[in-house]
Write a protein that binds this ligand. Structure first.
Ligand SMILES: [Zn+2]
Length: 413
């Protein structure tokens, strides 16, 4: 093929200038940003994005779900569109890299291709999805884009329903417009997202970049140990049947189990409750939740079964009864093999040290994967900090990620 696209690189100074300008919108003064979805600062960031795109001659549009896009018709007539994107919203007092890097690298990619006047296999679109972080309804933009959202979903947002209605009105969105925002999948060639890892694995490895292979799935088990309430002063240590001991033992042993036998998975207990909940009464009931995540459905099932066995074993050892309730779950999503290969080839051409990695956090790519080939590129997060002002990625790593996105886009998937 023509060698010209292979030699293209993003303009680091221009990208840096935009990064700093965007980070000033909703800046918290300590290096972070506060841009909850559809709030004033978020809407300002979105207007700024469209202004930047227009200023360099890109077409811009906003769909019925508020997704903001810049497009470049660089493919043949009726060619499908390769989407490059992420999100401009943040969690409350979040970091300036999460989402922002991916949107800006997408915009930069379109500008570089436009300036080089390249003809590609696909058209390009830089997209900023609405409410990725779930301030109101997580993945609202990508769910609407893929036709996976219903009126019922909109009536049951994760946050306050009144605040959601007010935010929609402020942004000029309605239930009808959101439900009508679905795009025809036959017009979409794929979706590729550059993002910071938000964990410490890439940072502590000897690699520059990661090809994301999947987004983890999640399950929860609500566990209740049942013993006997007794006077905490009069019953001897030998005679008590303390439900709290079962919960405590399981918290420790579930961690050991995952570390020893499920190295790609994680488990967490973030909620416990002892009943009757008095300092001088031996706990009769102890409730805890095990929340566990794994990259493949098979691992998720095996880990779930192993945790159940463990919960029963801890109960037997302490002569407790145990009840286990499976709560809800999210299926793991595999990233498309061709997109992974395109990202890997781009990183290879750029001479970067790359590894494969599963994403421990949710992203719009997992939603997009239902309608088109989807993939992600991760760059290292220093010390793994994210969703805080301490979030940081070295500029060199940001540039590596942006160049991989550009290279994957110009060669195509
Ligand atoms: Zn993000």
């Amino acid at each position: 093929m023509d060698d010209r696209p292979i030699a293209l690189r993003v303009n680091a100074n221009r990208l840096r200038g935009r990064f700093d300008a965007l980070a000033a919108i909703g800046a918290t003064g300590n290096g972070g940003v506060h841009r909850p979805a559809l709030g004033a600062e978020h809407l300002r960031a979105r207007r700024w994005f469209l202004d930047e795109a227009r200023a360099v001659g890109l077409r811009t549009s906003v769909d019925g779900a508020g997704n903001h896009s810049a497009t470049l018709p660089c493919g043949p007539a009726n060619a499908p569109t390769l989407l490059l994107g992420s999100h401009l919203d943040s969690v409350r007092n979040g970091g300036r890299f999460d989402g922002a890097l991916g949107v800006l690298a997408a915009l930069e990619t379109l500008q570089v291709v436009k300036e080089a006047d390249l003809a590609l296999k696909t058209n390009l679109e830089a997209i900023d999805f609405t409410d990725e972080e779930g301030t109101h309804l997580g993945f609202l933009g990508s769910l609407a884009f893929t036709g996976a959202i219903t009126a019922t979903d909109l009536h049951h947002p994760g946050g306050d329903p009144h605040a959601f209605q007010e935010a929609l009105a402020n942004a000029g969105l309605t239930e009808k417009s959101i439900l009508g925002a679905q795009r025809d999948p036959s017009t979409i060639a794929g979706y590729l997202e550059l993002h910071i890892e938000q964990g410490n694995r890439l940072n502590t490895s000897s690699h520059d970049i990661a090809v994301v292979t999947s987004v983890v799935g999640l399950r929860r088990q609500k566990i209740t140990y049942i013993g006997r309430a007794d006077h905490a002063g009069t019953i001897s240590m030998n005679d008590r049947r303390d439900a709290g001991q079962g919960a405590a033992a399981l918290i420790i042993s579930s961690r050991r189990l995952v570390m020893a036998e499920f190295p790609d998975s994680v488990v967490n207990t973030g909620v416990t409750r002892f009943l009757p909940g008095a300092m001088n009464v031996v706990p009769e009931r102890a409730q805890l939740t095990l929340e566990f995540r794994a990259p493949r459905l098979r691992d998720l099932k095996q880990l779930g079964a192993a945790l159940k066995d463990l919960a029963h074993a801890e109960a037997r050892e302490r002569e407790l009864a145990v009840e286990i309730e499976e709560v809800d779950g999210i299926q793991p999503v595999q990233m498309d093999a061709r997109v992974q290969a395109a990202v890997a080839a781009a990183a290879e051409r750029l001479g970067l040290r790359q590894k494969q990695m599963t994403s421990g956090a949710g992203h719009d790519a997992q939603v997009m994967a239902k309608i088109c080939p989807a993939g992600m590129i991760f760059v290292p997060s220093v010390d793994g900090f994210s969703h805080s002002a301490r979030e940081f990625t070295k500029w060199e790593d940001c540039m590596n990620g942006a160049n991989v996105l550009l290279q994957a886009a110009v060669v195509g998937i």
